[in-house]
Design a protein around this ligand. Structure first.
Ligand code: FAD
Ligand code: EPU
Length: 342
């Protein structure tokens, strides 16, 4: 199969990453079909270049100019592809905006994704870190995906088991890193829908509005309200959401910390371990609102690093490293960045 690929050189990426980092790519292709990826993979000069698959640019840090080919996913289409007694099966192309897709499912009467409202980025990136918020993770609603292997030049399908989903993790961060381009994702949205309002912030938002048996749309609205209050809008101040994962530690480690800090925020996990609130650790270490050059720690949420204007990717990375070293020294806990460093 051949496709028309017009690759642009020295392409600015500032408007394509939510940190607003001013970097460029030596080559750039807007991908509107799978055939374009096949053409790139089959062309010896492009196939040998470093490649970056780009969605909405909301979970990456450009530490420098990218010396390679950016493949910017811009495919579109959403469709109900089947239904059975249990679920509706809805498929979306990789380039679809995630939040617009969530709203589409709600408008068409397929609830289930409402807790994941307003997460920035694309549908194609949603399995990469198994996006999650307010008590729901992508894996809870995932059916399967189609991907293209840039090395084998083959299209393949993965079910949930094969994706190796974990907390902010999947096979795409490991064995398939750098080679699989997700083309589309299919979701299984249960017909026996149940509201999930276990997350205190969402429950409080609904209760404040006098809503006690919320519809999916009302949960979506509540999630949007909570997120808008707590997280900075990338259109106003550059950021990539949580900059670190919440660290998971043993019960012994958590008990030792709790003895020192009785107000430590931690959550018991099904396997007996504990997730610590990284935002609390960073806040308690005194970083909230601080800046190093143009890189800063958001005033309202210490887990979010921000670009205060003109920050270079390296400055954000330096601030992150300083926070990691300090949290390690003060609490003996290692923080792992969530965004992908490019
Ligand atoms: P990009 O940043 O473009 O890419 C991220 C990674 O995925 C890169 O490694 C890229 O190469 C790869 N990739 C992208 N598309 C594809 C594809 N089609 N095939 C293969 N690889 C691909 N995340 C959460 O989980 N929960 C949240 O609540 C949350 N809140 C956020 C709030 C804000 C304000 C911001 C800015 C970010 C937040 N995030 C959150 C992070 C981010 O929105 C998600 O990780 C999102 O899925 C990233 O999508 P993207 O299209 O922007 O990915
Ligand atoms: N906290 C502080 N100070 C702060 C920030 C947080 O003390 O400055 C404490 C608070 O006690 C709060 C607790 O930390 O109760 C947890 O904070 P929050 O509820 O804001 O959630 P989070 O752990 O910071 C996680 C996800 C978010 C997701 C929300 C809601 C991670 C790394 N982050 O944030 O995801 O939206 O829960 O489910 O798991 C993202 O991944 O980019 C992201 C935004």
């Amino acid at each position: 199969m051949s496709a028309d690929i017009s690759i642009q050189s020295n392409f600015p990426l500032r408007g394509l990453n939510t940190f607003g980092i001013d970097a460029s790519a030596s080559a750039y292709l807007k991908v509107t079909s799978a055939a374009m990826l096949e053409a790139v993979a089959s062309d010896a000069s492009w196939a040998s270049m470093p490649r970056l698959v780009l969605g909405g640019g909301s979970n990456l840090l450009l530490t420098d100019d990218f010396h390679g080919l950016v493949l910017h996913m811009a495919t579109s289409g959403i469709e109900l592809v089947g239904e059975d007694d249990d679920a509706f099966y809805v498929r979306a192309e990789a380039g679809e905006n995630w939040h617009r897709f969530v709203l589409w499912t709600l408008e068409h009467g397929f609830p289930g994704l409402e807790n994941l409202s307003l997460i920035p980025g694309s549908v194609g990136a949603s399995p990469i870190q198994n996006i999650g918020a307010y008590g729901v993770e992508l894996k809870d609603r995932f059916h399967s995906l189609t991907a293209f292997d840039l090395i084998d030049k083959k299209t393949f399908v993965l079910d949930r088991e094969a994706c190796g989903f974990g907390y902010r993790d999947s096979i795409f961060k490991h064995a398939l890193r750098g080679r699989a381009v997700i083309l589309d994702v299919t979701f299984a949205l249960a017909k026996r829908w149940q509201a999930n309002i276990r997350y205190a912030d969402v429950a409080q938002e609904l209760a404040a509005g006098g809503i006690h048996s919320p519809s999916a749309r009302q949960i979506s609205d509540a999630v949007i309200a909570v997120r808008t209050r707590k997280l900075p809008d990338p259109a106003v101040i550059g950021n990539a959401g949580s900059f670190f994962k919440n660290p998971v530690v043993s019960q012994d480690a958590r008990d030792a910390l709790l003895a020192r800090c009785p107000d430590l925020v931690s959550y018991a996990q099904p396997d007996g371990s504990f997730k610590l609130a990284a935002g609390w650790l960073i806040d308690r270490a005194g970083w909230k609102g601080r800046s190093l050059g143009a890189a800063g720690v958001y005033e309202k949420q210490a887990l979010v690093l921000v670009n205060r204007g003109g920050a270079k990717g390296g400055e954000i990375a330096e601030l992150a490293a300083a926070i990691q070293a300090d949290v390690q020294e003060k609490f003996g806990v290692a923080l792992e960045p969530e965004p992908v460093f490019v």
